[in-house]
Each structure stands twice: as structure tokens, then as C-alpha cells.
Design a protein around this ligand. Structure first.
Ligand SMILES: Cc1ncc(COP(=O)(O)O)c(C=O)c1O
Length: 376
């Protein structure tokens, strides 16, 4: 990004956007359209909703935590009626519960789910829910912000009409873009509304055209962010998706072992714990907010929880181009921070290192070199 900005109307930019689009399709595993739009991931989620529903439409939302609640809020803002399907906090939503909600709301138009609920570290069964959505004729909208690039996501195979992510999580690019897949069915729905969408900027048809044909401008694009995204996506595919997923699993495994050694229990049941971030309960009597502040003093940023979990859990992100040194450094910082708060603990780094030693060193290394610039 440290370069002269080229024009958003130039062939150079059009080539970059075309390449980023095609790489993103590979990562999303889709042959349908994808959109790259300036804004954050939330723009992508709201775009999906704005184009899919009309006033009064019911929308089923798997209520898995903070990010799911935000989807319900977006549905309301677009004059829809969110129907929350409550999920257990520590495990994924049972698919039967969503099926029952479909029975109770046969007119519902869409089903929304957060793949990795970043507020709890729980993974939802997006593949199975995709089958259900198909059977019930629901548009299927998946917030995959904390999963794409760090774990398997198959847009076409799993029947997603919209799959939304952002560059700044497991894809390891700078923030500021919404990245989403758009199915043919989603486009048909957007094109056959009773009323035009109430927003110009979020009209998905405009964005699909602009991403298919980058020389036809829709709005002035975020040129440097697209150049950076292209590099990041090249790195993702250079590492290889399967390999990248295995690296995320190995690092998550080590992080869990380290945190347990420090006396912290996983917040989700292990079978439902995400490979991209780990949420743990802080020991009795310790404030997670205080711990976050103390860890920051050691130069590492981790997060507390949201809502009722705000001061009870600690969340550690380990997605993107993360390697063993980040895991060990974070655990070391946590040990020091806990000592500062009067809890002498040890063994976290050692436990994680022992786990890491079970994996091939090469597998654990993130892609850290920019590949040669190939032809677009
Ligand atoms: C699951 C999930 N959804 C949505 C968002 C919102 O993304 P953004 O801040 O890029 O709009 C986040 C951000 O952390 C997230 O983790």
C-alpha cells in the first residue's frame, strides 16, 4: 500500500480488482458472483439483508450471540421482522430447533446465521443449515467474517445465497472492504422485488456489475485496499486452503492447551470451538477486562467478552498469518499479566510448545513472503 495511488479508472486497478475477485471465488469455493465493496464486513451483511427482504418479511436469525443480535437489528432497520432462534451459549444451534422455527414461521423469507460467533468462539453448522434452508425455500445468509480463510467454507456446495466476510480476519489483509458471494437466486430475488431497494449504495445489482466489470465504475473504489487484498489472497492460495486450515487447527490446539495450563477453561464445549479464536473463562475472582489491560501492557491485544459475558471471558484471536511465535508470545504475556494481578501461574508456554512440537514445523509457518507478481 506504500505506493503511488493509481486511478480507480485505470487498467491497472481493473486488473487488480479482477484478480482479487477471481481469487476470492476460489476461496469462497463459488462459481457464482462475488462482490468487493469499500466499507466493512457489516456493509456486506446489511447489503444481503437490504436486497433480500421487504417490509413485513419474517427472517429467521440463529441467535448465537452479539454478532447474531446485530443481524436481527439490521433486519428490523430494513423493516423486516426478525425471528430469533435461541442457540445454547456454549454449543452450536441444534438444526432441529431451526427446523421447528421454520414450521412455526412458514412465510419466513430468509435464514441468517453466524458461522463463527466471535463473541463466544462457537462454530455453527452452516452446512446442515444450508440443506434445511434449501428444503424450506429460504434465502440463506451466512456471516462468515471469522471463518473464511481459516476454515472450510463452501459457498456453492453448502447452498449459501450470501456469504459475507471481511479482509481483516482470517484473510489477513487490511480492514475496509466488504467481501461477499452472491448467488444467482439472491440476484433474482434482488431483481424481482415489489419495490426498489431503499438504498443506492447497497444495491447488490450495482455491486455485482461493478465487480464483474471493474472498468464500469459504480462508486470510487478503495484502490489501495484492493491492491493489498489481492496480495493477501495470493498468499492465502499460495499456502493452500487445506494447509491453511490445518495450520489454524494446530495453532488453536496449542492455544487451548496453553490457556488450560494457565487455569482457564474453554468457554465453548470443545467440539464446537472455533479454530480461528479461543474464548476461555477467566478464573474465579479475576476480571477479564483487567486482564486485557494488563496483557496490553505486555504488547499483546486480547479481548474481553460482550454483554453478560463481558467480564467473564477472555477471547484470543489467532486467525490469519499467525505462527507459533504469536501463540507462545501471547501465552507468555498472559502469564506475566496474571502475575501482575496476583495470580502466579506457569506452564502455559510449555504446554503450547509441547503441542506444537507434534506438528510438522513447515505446516505451522504462515505465508510471510509476498509471491512474485504474476499476470492478472
Ligand atoms: C462474526 C462477525 N460478524 C460481523 C463482524 C463485523 O465486521 P466489521 O467490523 O468488519 O464490520 C465481526 C467483527 O468482528 C464479526 O466477528
Amino acid at each position: 500500500m506504500a505506493r503511488q495511488v493509481c486511478s480507480h479508472l485505470s487498467a491497472e486497478f481493473a486488473d487488480a480488482l479482477s484478480e482479487a475477485r477471481d481469487l476470492l471465488k476460489e476461496i469462497f469455493r463459488t462459481r457464482q458472483d462475488v462482490v468487493i465493496a469499500p466499507g466493512s464486513s457489516s456493509l456486506g451483511i446489511e447489503m444481503a439483508i437490504a436486497n433480500s427482504i421487504e417490509p413485513g418479511d419474517e427472517v429467521l436469525v440463529v441467535a448465537s450471540g452479539y454478532y447474531a443480535d446485530r443481524i436481527a437489528l439490521m433486519v428490523r432497520r430494513h423493516r423486516g421482522v426478525p425471528v430469533k432462534v435461541e442457540a445454547p451459549l456454549r454449543r452450536c444451534i441444534p438444526v432441529e430447533r431451526v427446523a421447528e422455527a421454520c414450521d412455526a414461521h412458514p412465510e419466513a423469507r430468509a435464514l441468517c446465521v453466524v458461522h463463527v460467533e466471535t463473541s463466544t468462539g462457537v462454530v455453527n453448522p452452516v452446512r446442515e443449515l444450508g440443506r434445511l434452508a434449501r428444503r424450506r425455500g429460504l434465502l440463506y445468509i451466512v456471516d462468515a467474517v471469522s471463518s473464511v480463510g481459516g476454515m472450510d467454507v463452501r459457498v456453492d456446495e453448502w447452498g449459501m445465497d450470501y456469504c459475507i466476510t471481511g479482509p481483516q480476519k482470517a484473510l489477513a489483509a487490511p480492514p475496509g472492504l466488504a467481501l461477499l458471494s452472491v448467488s444467482e437466486r439472491a440476484l433474482e430475488v434482488a431483481s424481482s422485488r415489489r419495490e426498489e431497494p431503499f438504498t443506492f449504495y447497497m444495491d447488490v445489482r450495482g455491486w455485482v456489475r461493478a465487480t464483474r466489470e471493474p472498468l464500469k465504475r459504480y462508486v470510487t473504489h478503495a484502490v489501495l485496499l484492493v491492491l493489498a487484498l489481492r496480495e493477501a489472497l495470493r498468499l492465502v492460495l499460495e499456502e493452500g486452503l487445506e494447509r491453511r486450515f490445518r495450520r489454524h487447527e494446530a495453532l488453536a490446539d496449542a492455544m487451548r492447551a496453553g490457556l488450560r495450563a494457565l487455569g482457564m477453561e474453554l468457554f465453548p464445549e470443545e467440539a464446537y470451538a472455533a479454530p480461528t479464536l479461543t474464548a476461555v473463562e477467566v478464573p474465579e475472582g479475576l476480571s477479564s477486562r483487567a486482564l486485557v489491560r494488563a496483557v496490553l501492557e505486555e504488547g499483546v491485544r486480547v479481548s474481553a467478552g460482550w454483554g453478560e459475558l463481558a467480564d467473564r471471558i477472555l477471547r484470543v484471536g489467532h486467525m490469519g498469518n499467525v505462527g507459533p511465535e504469536h501463540i507462545l508470545r501471547t501465552l507468555g504475556a498472559l502469564e506475566k499479566a496474571m502475575a501482575k494481578l496476583g495470580r502466579e501461574v506457569s506452564g502455559g508456554v510449555e504446554a503450547a510448545a509441547a503441542r506444537l512440537s507434534e506438528f510438522e514445523e513447515d505446516l505451522l509457518r504462515p505465508p510471510d513472503e509476498v509471491p512474485e507478481l504474476g499476470a492478472a
